[in-house]
Design a protein around this ligand. Sequence first.
Ligand SMILES: *Cc1c(COP(=O)(O)O)cnc(C)c1O
Length: 422
Amino acid sequence: MASELAIKGGPKAVQTPVGDMFTWPIITEEDEQAVLDVLRTGRMSAWDVTLEFEKEFAAWHGVTHALAFNTGTAALQAAFFACGLGYRDELIGPSMTYWASCLPAFTLGATIVFAETDPETLCIDPKDIEHRITKRTKVIVAVHYAGHPCEMDAIMDIAKRHGVKVVEDVSHAHGGLYKGRLLGTIGHVGAMSIMSGKALPAGEGGMLITNDARIWQRATAFGHYERTAEVLKGTAWERFAGLPMGACKNRMHQCSSAVGRVQLRHYRDRMVEIQKAMNYFWDLLEGVPGLRAHRPSRNSGSTMGGWYAPHGIYRAEEIGSLPIDTFVEAVNAEGVNIHAGANLLMHLHPVLNELDVYGHGKPTRLANATRDVLQPKGSLPRTETIPTGCFSIPWFKHYRPRIIEEHALAFRKVCLNAKELL
Ligand SMILES: *Cc1c(COP(=O)(O)O)cnc(C)c1O
C-alpha cells in the first residue's frame, strides 16, 4: 500500500477521472420530454400531472394518501399542523438536522424541544425523548438522518403511550427500510423534500404520505385551497372549504411533478446501484482505525435508501486524537472532497434562542411556551460532540469499483499514517 500521504508530497490516492460518478440528478430526454409536455400545454399551475404523481407515490409506499407540495418545508409544516400542533404546544425533534424538521413549529404558535442525537446513528436517541414529554407535546419528529433509519419501534412505543403523533422526515432516506418497512409509512405521517439535491429529485418539491384520512384532510386544508372543497366534503370542516387554513399556497409546480414521475420510475434501479456502491466503499474500510461506517447492520432488514448526504463516524481516539480538521485536510489532499461535521446544531443557533420573529417582546422560542424551553450550550452534551465526531463521505451514484477503491484508499492511507500528521 502506498504510505506516503499526498499532503506530505506523496501520490494522490484518487488517480482515475471520476467522470459522472457524482453527477446528480440524472436527467435524460425522458425528463426533458415530460417538462416540455407541461410547458407546451401551459399546465404549469394545474394539478393533473401532480395527481398522477401522488397516485404513483402512494402506490410505491402502499399508503392510502400522498399529497404533493412545492417544498419539503411546506410538507413538514402541513404535517405538523395536521397532527394538531398549535398554540402553546411543543414539538420534540433532533437538534442536528436541516432547520425545516423543526422551525415551522414557530409559524403554528408552538415551540421546540430538542432531544439528544445518537452520535453513532446520527438519529434522535429514543432514550432521551420520554422525559421531555409534557401535556403540551403533540409531535415527535423522527429524521432519518443521512439515510439512517431512526429506531422506530422505540419511538412509536413512546408515542403510543403518551398519545403523541410521530412525523417521519424522510428527506434523506427515500425508499429506505426499517426492519423491512418503507420509511415514512411507520409514523402517523411521513413528509419529505424532493428538491433537486435529494436522492429522489423532482426539482423544488415535497411529498406527504399517510394512511390517516384526517391527517390528509388537515394537511390539504392548510395550503391546497383549490382542493379543499373535494377533500373536506362531509367533514366537520366542510364549510371552511375554499380558503387555505394556513394562509399558505402549497401546490407543486407541474414541471416538478412531471420530473418527479420520471425520476420515481427510475428510482429503484438508481437506488440499488447507489446502495451497492456505498456498501462496497464501507466494506473496503471495515476495521480501519479511526472510522466507523454510518449504516444499519447487515441482516437488520434496514437500509440507507438513496444514501443522501452520506457520512462516516470519526473515532479520533483510535488514531492518536488526530483533530478532525487535519484528518479532513489530509483526505482531501488525496483527491477527495469531504468536510467535517454535518448540519448546524439547531439548539445553539440564535434564531432558536434570541430572535423575536413576531414581536412578542421575547424570543419566539419562548413566546408561547408554558415553561423555559431554552437549551443552552452544554445541555445536549452528546449531540454537541457530533460536529467533530463525523465527516461527509463521497456519494457514489454508480458502482465503479476502481474509483470507489481509490477513494477508500484515501481514507485508509490517512488513518493508517495518522502519526505523520500529529
Ligand atoms: C431538504 C430537507 C428538508 C426541506 O426540504 P425543502 O424541499 O428544501 O424545503 C427538510 N428536512 C430535511 C432533513 C432536509 O434535508
